[in-house]
Design a protein around this ligand. Structure first.
Ligand SMILES: [Cu+2]
Length: 190
């Protein structure tokens, strides 16, 4: 385990002030929902690919999406086929701007603890018990139903049912990527 001074300093910096309150609050809230850190009911629900009448192809690069906006209808089930043409690991995550901000903090932790690298997922580190690490619950895993992590050259799928009107975003929450443009809009309208 890598617990040098730098790790601790960065963890401490991440956990100061307001972020400490919101991070531990979210971790507690997440503990009751079968290990998932997010309450996804507000944005819709995961669905089977066979339930989708529409497929949207999404291309990811370093660091952008094509297309940059995807309009959907409330009640529609959409199958997203996400191809990573870049050289780095990227995420396709459906959520509100607030959910992405929260997820960015978690992914910064996963990166810092070696669970994620610039090019992939370290399954051994991801499966370790992280309960002794500052700010990390033992259920800290990248297993959110509204997200896929796609390695360089890989293609993955995510099928989502959008239940009600909402201004959502698809985003990559790997540290630095959202800020450099890996975010697009999903307008859900009746
Ligand atoms: Cu990315």
């Amino acid at each position: 385990m890598r617990l040098n001074t730098r790790t601790l300093n960065i963890a401490a910096a991440l956990l100061t002030g307001a972020s400490l309150l919101s991070f531990s609050g979210a971790a507690l809230a997440g503990a009751g929902e079968s290990g998932h850190g997010h309450n996804t009911a507000a944005i819709g629900e995961p669905a089977k690919a066979s339930a989708a009448k529409r497929t949207v192809q999404v291309e990811m690069g370093d660091n952008f999406y094509k297309p940059e906006s995807i309009p959907v209808k409330a009640g529609e089930t959409v199958r997203f086929v996400v191809k990573n043409k870049g050289e780095f690991l990227h995420e396709f995550n459906i959520g509100t701007a607030a959910m992405h901000a929260e997820h960015q903090r978690q992914m910064a932790m996963m990166m810092e603890h070696g669970m994620l690298t610039a090019t992939g997922v370290n399954q051994k580190m991801m499966n370790m018990d992280h309960s002794k690490m500052p700010g990390m619950g033992h259920s800290m895993k990248h297993d959110d139903p509204n997200s896929v992590l796609v390695g360089p050259g890989e293609t993955k799928e995510l099928t989502w049912k959008f239940t009600k009107d909402a201004a959502l975003e698809f985003a990559c929450n790997i540290p630095g990527h959202y800020e450099s443009g890996m975010v697009g809009t999903i307008d859900v309208k009746r």
